[in-house]
Design a protein around this ligand. Sequence first.
Ligand code: ADP
Length: 327
Amino acid sequence: MTTSTPASMPTVTSSSPATETVVEVRGLHKTYGATVAVADVSFAVGRGEIVGILGPNGAGKTTTVESIAGLRTADSGTVSVLGLDPQHDPAPVREVLGVQLQESRLPAKLRVAEALRLYASFYAHPKEPDELIALLGLADKRDTAYENLSGGQKQRLSIALALVGNPQIAILDELTTGLDPQARRETWDLIEAVRDSGVTILLVTHFMDEAQRLCDRVIIIDDGEVIAEGTPTELAGQGRTGVTFRMRLPQPPQPLDVTLLSDIPSVVSTREVGTALEITGGPTVLPDVIIALHSRGIVPDEVQTISPSLEDAFVALVGHSSQEIPA
Ligand code: ADP
């Protein structure tokens, strides 16, 4: 069995929002001592979009979004939130931008409704806490102390707190980290409902499935720089060139001569995946393989083409899987 990796890399696309720009970041640069957290980041977010900020750990995602929220001071570059500068106009920015930060923690004894009422008191035009409690499915937990909430409920409360100021833009950081699959799906439905209510969402995530499912556009940051941006479908299409498919071969009396496949010019790589054989190659690889097998009297079962994914693009761009923490 021969294995090789397609060498071509996706090219960087540049896309801009189709609607009115509500957040604009230009040439953002931020260092901590000798560490360059953000080298040079520029992008724009349009009203009503869900934009994903993706990248490996330490890429500079949190520094970028916290600079947008005015929580960190950049060394250079500009940030505009609805035309306001978060450094110079922190109070009006706080009224239009809600932030759900990583691992937001509340006092253990604070109850759900109390927390929302407290946070609502910080804003000029807050949302009605009961409305948010209902939207986020926390009605039967309104009198429950923070310490007694499940991970999913704490997460929903932190989203509610990000929305209680009635923001036009919400920044959600590592939204579903630590949640079980069902809680993740429920959270995704919730985020779509929030967007449908008119809120623009900037979502920091290292989950490609989450980005593919939720985001209108994604921005991939690595080593403090934007290395790609586009719709999930555009980026996924660049992550893998050519065609990939899997098939199962009937057990022949003689084992398959591996050179039969590797000699086909359009085959780039083959690998075994469980009991299936995965083949990647040029545009004609599928008929070429089927015809070659047919010439030996072999009819494959369960031929299945594999759609390119955002994860493929991430691996091609960043050099490792989105779930791998680089050394
Ligand atoms: P990400 O959110 O993509 O994981 P961060 O923005 O948190 O990335 O961090 C980018 C880099 O800056 C990392 O190397 C991180 O260790 C460093 N960094 C972030 N915040 C601080 C800080 N407050 N002090 C020192 N270094 C920091």
